[in-house]
Design a protein around this ligand. Structure first.
Ligand code: GTP
Ligand code: MG
Length: 319
């Protein structure tokens, strides 16, 4: 009878030996195990961060009615000395700016400089056109995802940057002509705030994007007709309340929201979804938006005179 082959060379034996070897505590096995545990997440991190395009920088959006001073503000911050002549914008544009974490030195003049003191954070400032027909561009930037773009006003526009990186919206308006343009400005602001409110509402069920605060930048304070920030605030609140009231009446008459396509709120959105702030309340105040994590601030300034440090501070606080 032929002798059977030595047991240690059979495949099952080999596997058994191997398992025994790696399951027995020994210095080389533990070292290799530890290396894998610590190195894999690190390598994965570097691989992912290297692959992320620079467009996913935090974003601040400039919105507001035409002539408010958005493009002037953007060029002022980009150049760091003074604003240049601007023309009515027709497309969105973005610039990359740097905020310094050094509180005291954080003025807009350092915006474009890389060598300012403290540590630096880059972000994108996105300018949008304020003309009535082009407001869909700004509103599409406020949506929480890249879908919902096949509606009429924003079909040809793509969002700049990563929507989940939106950190704040600066609503620039002309405080000197607010009396005449109150209704138009407030209507636009209503759309902006409602988009953000819907964004916050949708995040309760899905991955939550960061809260987006709103700064109402009351510009052109250099002109003597300019309303002070407190009046800009109360006038807007009163007008937003009126808009809210008349919209809800319109909805009751017509059934479902006729403005749904503007904000891309989805079909079948009822009255409650299109109501800005605390549902059913009589007076509108910006404080009602806190429920949706939206903090609204009104600050005065003047691009022409370079008095934008309060706004710059607000932006720096969101980056
Ligand atoms: P659209 O692109 O049409 O949405 O307007 P915009 O918001 O970009 O306005 P833009 O920056 O083009 O400014 C409109 C006008 O306001 C320009 O003639 C600016 O010179 C002027 N302007 C901007 N800021 C100030 C300011 O602080 N004071 C005064 N007096 N004028 C300003
Ligand atoms: Mg412009």
């Amino acid at each position: 009878m032929a002798p059977s082959p030595p047991a240690s060379t059979s495949p099952t034996e080999q596997i058994k030996n191997f398992l025994e070897y790696i399951l027995t505590p020994s210095a080389p096995v533990i070292t290799v195990g530890l290396l894998i545990v610590f190195l894999v997440p690190l390598l994965l991190h570097f691989w992912i961060t290297r692959k992320t395009p620079y467009t996913s920088l935090p974003t601040i959006l400039l919105a507001g009615p035409s002539g408010g001073g958005k493009t002037s503000l953007l060029t002022l911050l980009e150049r760091g000395d003074k604003a240049v002549e601007t023309h009515t914008s027709q497309v969105a544009q973005a610039v990359e700016l740097t905020v310094s974490s050094d509180e005291g030195a954080s003025t807009y003049r350092e915006a474009a400089k890389e060598d300012a003191p403290g540590s630096h954070k880059k972000f994108h400032l996105v300018d949008t056109p304020g003309h009535g027909k082009l407001r869909g561009i700004a509103l599409s930037q406020l949506q929480s995802s890249k879908k919902n773009k096949n509606n009429s006003s924003s079909s040809s526009q793509s969002q700049i940057g990563d929507p989940s990186q939106l950190r704040g919206a600066v609503f620039v308006l002309d405080a000197a002509t607010l009396d005449e343009s109150l209704s138009d400005s407030a209507t636009y602001l209503y759309e902006v705030l409602l988009s953000l409110q819907k964004r916050a509402g949708s995040s309760r069920t899905s991955r939550s994007p960061k809260a987006v605060d709103v700064l109402i930048a009351a510009n052109k304070m250099d002109l003597f007709t300019a309303l002070p920030a407190s009046l800009v605030r109360s006038n807007l609140e009163a007008e937003l309340g009126r808009i809210r009231q008349s919209r809800s009446k319109g909805l009751l008459d017509s059934g479902v929201g006729a403005d749904d396509d503007v904000v891309g709120g989805g079909s079948g959105a009822g009255e409650e979804d299109n109501w800005l702030g605390e549902y059913g309340s009589e007076k509108f105040t910006f404080a009602q938006l806190r429920e949706f994590d939206i903090e609204v601030e009104v600050l005065g300034g003047s691009v022409l005179e370079g008095k934008v440090d309060k706004w710059w501070g607000w932006i720096a606080g969101r980056i």
